[in-house]
Design a binder for this molecule. Structure first.
Ligand code: UD1
Length: 349
């Protein structure tokens, strides 16, 4: 199949591209490199030994995106491009609605214009009502608590209505829980450009001494050890879910949503302990206050994805922590080499 991957140079996108290429599909990446860089594409090629075509295009730039649709033909689109910080979305909702929602509408306009009827959309567990009973099923009530989450929800609603109006269209909504880890080669993984908000990227910065000790946001929740519980899923398993969704989309019209998580909840303190044991390293941390807006427990019921997509996550929490740390060490090494490069300066006369 020929697949257009939006946001294909990002953390999750690059893993999806590797899986697609390993399965023998052809792909074209569009990315605006706002939270990634082209080195990810070089790595996708070196890991898979395959050529990848890409364009530096923002999906809200309809003319630039149209050039891609006019030049290449696609069987499906895997749509991951978008903004993803909760905090930033509260500060700048306009940008979030524009990039996420308008960007998706423009993409779908072009899909219709060029006869592409299948899309796999990167949604999030953040679309579920904060008080959902765990394990959360896809039929649970939807109600998000941030502008970021509400852009995901709005896009989900858009796809449902689109599929009702156009019965030949297929949209698969993948609700990610907490993706962590890195590619098992150690060559590619998450590369936050700013101070990380998410747990594992921050934890690794604390371990490597780049930032102060990790602050555990609350130890007074009603959980086994008082810290929050989340459903951590290895990013490679998550990426494989997209390939299953792609095959499903080729055979089924309409709109369907699937949870992609491990199906098991671990607490923040359990994650810290697993990371320390798996990598034989100390994790410096303090207990702090709850983070506003956080929920105590979130983990998925993944029965639907297992039964309908035939998808099964394979990697456990120890492997997630080992793969993440292997990549982090590689990244630190790369950054050290970059810092040592002396760039020639212009001579002033
Ligand atoms: C966050 C977002 C969510 C988004 C998801 C994936 C918030 C409120 N929610 O979810 O919308 O879909 O990321 O990107 O931002 N923790 C600490 N210390 C830290 C960081 C996190 O203790 O420095 C704890 C949190 O309180 C939470 C757990 O670790 O219990 C996971 O946090 P995080 O990685 O930010 O993910 P979510 O809160 O699940």
């Amino acid at each position: 199949m020929r697949v257009l991957v939006t946001g294909g140079a990002g953390y999750i996108g690059s893993m999806v591209c590797i899986e697609l290429l390993n399965e023998g599909h052809e792909l074209f990446i569009v990315d605006n490199f706002s939270n990634s860089d082209a080195s990810a594409i070089t790595k996708i090629m070196s890991i898979t030994g395959k050529m990848v075509q890409y364009a530096n295009v923002d999906i809200t730039d309809r003319n630039a995106l149209e050039v891609v649709f006019r030049t290449y033909s696609f069987d499906s689109v895997i749509h991951l491009a978008g903004k993803k910080s909760v905090t930033e979305s509260i500060e700048n909702p306009l940008q979030y609605y524009y990039d996420n929602l308008i960007g998706t509408v423009m993409l779908v306009q072009l899909m219709q214009q060029y006869g592409v009827h299948s899309i796999i959309f990167s949604s999030s567990a953040t679309v579920y009502h904060p008080e959902s009973i765990c394990p959360i099923q896809e039929i649970a009530e939807l109600k998000s608590s941030s502008p970021y989450g509400r852009t995901k929800l709005a896009i989900e609603n858009f796809f449902r209505e689109l599929c009702d109006a156009h019965p030949t269209f297929s949209a698969v909504l993948l609700r990610y829980f907490n993706p962590i880890g890195a590619h098992s080669s150690g060559e590619i993984g998450e590369k936050p450009l700013e101070v990380p908000n998410n747990l594992l990227p921050y934890l690794m910065d604390a371990v490597s001494g780049k930032r102060p000790p990790l602050e555990v946001f609350g130890n007074d929740y009603d959980t086994i050890d008082g810290s929050g519980i989340r459903d951590f899923i290895h990013v490679e398993d998550l990426a494989k879910g997209h390939i299953k969704a792609l095959y499903y989309s080729m055979e089924h019209m309409g709109c369907e949503s699937f949870n992609l998580g491990s199906g098991t909840g671990y607490s923040v303190l359990q994650l810290i302990e697993t990371f320390a044991t798996a990598n034989k390293i100390e994790v410096p941390y303090n207990i702090g206050n709850r983070r506003p807006g956080d929920i105590a427990i979130s983990f998925a019921d993944i029965t639907k994805a297992q039964q309908i997509l035939g998808w099964q996550p394979l990697k456990n929490l120890t492997e997630m922590c080992q793969d993440a740390w292997r990549w982090q060490l590689k990244l630190l090494q790369e950054q050290r080499v970059e810092a040592q490069i002396v760039y020639p300066t212009k001579k002033t006369v």
